[in-house]
Design a protein around this ligand. Structure first.
Ligand SMILES: NC(=O)c1ccc[n+]([C@@H]2O[C@H](COP(=O)([O-])OP(=O)(O)OC[C@H]3O[C@@H](n4cnc5c(N)ncnc54)[C@H](OP(=O)(O)O)[C@@H]3O)[C@@H](O)[C@H]2O)c1
Length: 335
């Protein structure tokens, strides 16, 4: 088969040399696994960090990618039929606790080979029938980012109709899913972005309003206009999370799933106790969360926000776009 293979880690400017579209041994399903012919894959920020060597346990050569939609090429005695249209849960070995993943937890696409290839083998327990309202392209966007947003919004954040929710960095893959999920659940959604066009796009998707997080003291301006934000979904961390402590109203809840901006300096602990805030961390999701996400997107006919599509042989260009933060939603790779 052909695959997009990371041969070595390095700077993004060298990615065209380090990420090579080449022949690779077609995997053979072991007992309990199925073989999937990948139609579309999608990128996550994790993939960019791995190419730079900024992720624990990086090995090369490796096929990256955690997301895909495709068809069963060898059902290998499972309950699937050859030709079934499917998507894959990229959470490997979550374990039995719903509250957190166990120590063997890993994500498809490192350490095991991922989805940026013509074929993948995966245990059938991680395979789900594709919701019918989604094309292969749309379905491929959901797995990692959609699951992370689902758990952050509904399992940790318990967001329901009427909540006033702020979502930071709405152009991001997880953030756009959080936006469409919260809107589908009937919440009033507000967003931040560093790009005015993305703020406008968010409103066309049903967000109530937003603010540019590049404006100085944006949090003060935002709080004056919208003083009743009771839930915040944040993947930025750093200075943005610190400002969220200010924005969140008394008794409110902050859910964090990422730290694109790094550690939070000047963390105002007094805001946490005085305002009686709840702070939750959230990572990926359990098998149960994935199944519930499929049910939710099926019931509400949720569609992803898609940014752009690249052919797999031009995959390095897709990584460069993700690194640049120009995207609004998911970057898709056609296999
Ligand atoms: N815990 C987990 O399970 C999990 C899962 C997936 C991702 N993550 C983490 O979550 C983060 C986002 O991942 P992703 O794949 O969605 O990334 P992504 O698609 O690359 O999105 C990154 C976004 O960060 C936003 N951003 C940049 N500067 C910001 C600021 N000052 N304040 C607020 N937002 C800012 C930008 O939004 P605008 O373009 O709108 O400005 C950008 O689009 C990453 O740190 C990733 O590692 C964690």
């Amino acid at each position: 088969m052909k695959a997009l293979v990371l041969e070595k880690t390095g700077d993004i400017k060298d990615l065209k040399e380090n990420l090579v579209f080449r022949d690779f041994d077609t995997p053979v399903p072991k007992e309990g696994e199925v073989l999937i012919k990948v139609q579309y894959a999608a990128l996550n920020h994790r993939d960019v960090w791995i190419t730079k060597g900024l992720y624990s346990g990086v090995r090369t050569p490796i096929i990256l990618g955690s997301d895909c939609a495709g068809t069963i090429a060898d059902s290998n005695g499972s309950s699937f039929k050859n030709g079934d249209a499917v998507i894959v849960n990229p959470t490997i070995n979550w374990g039995v606790n719903q509250s957190h993943q166990n120590k063997n937890f890993s994500i498809l696409g490192l350490p095991e080979n991922g989805t940026l290839a013509e074929y993948i083998c995966i245990p059938s327990k991680y395979v789900y029938l594709k919701p019918e309202h989604l094309s292969f392209k749309e379905a491929s966007a959901f797995p990692l980012a959609g699951l992370t947003a689902y758990r952050a919004c509904f399992v940790r954040g318990k967001i329901t109709a009427g909540d006033n929710v702020l979502i930071t960095g709405v152009g991001g893959g997880v953030a756009t899913f959080a936006m469409v999920y919260c809107i589908a659940a009937g919440a009033n959604v507000f967003v931040t972005s560093g790009d005015e066009d993305k703020l406008e796009q968010a409103i066309t998707f049903g967000a109530v309003g937003g603010i540019n997080h590049r404006i100085e003291n944006w949090e003060k301006r935002f709080k004056e206009i919208h003083p009743k934000i009771n839930k915040i979904i944040d993947g930025a961390g750093g200075g943005t999370f610190a400002k969220c402590l200010d924005i969140c109203s008394e008794g409110g809840t902050l859910i964090n799933y990422g730290a694109t901006l790094g550690a939070v300096k000047n963390f105002e602990m007094r805001r946490v106790f005085w305002k009686q805030l709840n702070i939750y961390g959230s990572t990926m999701g359990s098998d149960e969360d994935f199944a519930n996400m499929i049910e939710f997107i099926d019931a509400k006919k949720v569609k992803p926000v898609l940014d752009s599509e690249y052919e797999i042989q031009n995959g390095a260009e897709a990584f460069v776009r993700l690194e640049s933060s120009k995207q609004m939603g998911k970057i898709i790779v056609r296999v």
